[in-house]
Design a protein around this ligand. Structure first.
Ligand code: DAK
Length: 258
């Protein structure tokens, strides 16, 4: 597939990079870019040479939300029918770890897209917000749920009802982001973190991601059972045999990612 609104790179061993590229609209998420982002993530997910994915925008904007100019002309029936745009659950089905590298605006759907990722590395200029109420709607791609789980009810309510924006440091304080770096280095740092994850045994990384995400959906007992099954499953992998043998032999493991 060729892309018109995103750029694709493999900047480090095992790392796939998806870069949003609609600078004229601050990377606003129209149907085309959304479709291309999901397709690119799915392509990296299916590519054996990639084990961790970084999703980024520009230094000025990760994404300023869904494209309001496109949405202005949309009615409820059309929105319901346009599955490409509305089926953001495609992103949650990516099994490899995904890191959002966020600088500048991460508003509305931009903030929601970053929150679907497994970790967020931010630049000092990152600004997170859910301003949908200022255009007469509410978050529609997980903002009321994922933001509340990430920062707690009080701050989520203020962001969603009063359009409060969080600075990068505030987002770090409330647990929305993992790390904050100067704008000159946030992307390099995100790629380095991705390279570190890509250097771990691939099946374990996928199953660990899956189990952590289950913590938001299952009861503790169900979650613990889920974790245990994934743990047992890994005892069937070549990397488990190699990892434990290498420890006993006091040498570095050589992963096959199988
Ligand atoms: N949509 C379309 N164009 C946008 C845009 C957006 N969200 N944000 C910025 N732009 C465009 C501007 O119109 C302008 O284009 P021209 O007028 O020059 O042609 C260009 O980008 C530069 O923007 P500004 O001139 O406004 O730049 P400033 O630095 O002055 O301001 C800003 C930056 C980010 C504060 C401002 O642009 C802004 O407030 N933007 C809108 C932010 C916003 O309200 N975002 C939330 C949109 S609602 C769903 C999935 C997703 C969603 C819902 C449902 N389902 C799966 C069901 C998501 C909804 C949303 O995100």
């Amino acid at each position: 597939m060729t892309y018109e609104t995103i750029l694709i790179e493999t900047p480090a061993p095992g790392v796939g990079l998806v870069r949003l590229n609609r600078p004229q609209a601050l990377n606003a998420l129209n149907a085309q870019i959304t479709r291309e982002i999901f397709a690119a993530l799915e392509a990296f997910d299916a590519d054996d040479s990639v084990r961790c994915i970084v999703l980024t925008g520009s230094d000025k904007a990760f994404a300023a939300g869904a494209d309001i100019k496109e949405m202005e002309a949309t009615d409820a029936v059309t929105l319901f029918a346009s599955n490409d745009f509305t089926d953001w659950s495609r992103m949650t089905r990516v099994r490899k770890p995904v890191i959002a590298a966020v600088s500048g605006w991460a508003l509305g759907g931009g903030c929601e897209m970053a929150m679907i990722c497994d970790m967020i590395v931010a630049s000092e200029t990152a600004k997170f917000g859910q301003p949908e109420i200022t255009i007469g709607v509410i978050p529609g791609a997980g903002g009321t749920q994922r933001l509340t789980r990430a920062v707690g009810k009080a701050i989520a309510m203020e962001m969603i009802l009063a359009n409060r924006h969080l600075t990068a440091q505030e987002a770090l304080h409330y647990g929305l982001v993992n790390r904050v770096y100067p704008v000159e280095s946030y992307l390099t740092e995100a790629i380095q973190l991705a390279e570190k994850i890509a250097g771990m045994p691939g099946a374990a990384a996928k199953l660990a991601k899956e189990a952590v995400n289950k913590a938001f959906e299952l009861s503790l007992t169900e979650g613990l059972n889920y974790e245990k099954r994934n743990f047992y499953l890994l005892f069937g992998t070549e990397d488990k045999a190699e990892g434990m043998k290498a420890f006993v032999e006091k040498r570095k493991a050589e992963w096959k990612h199988r």
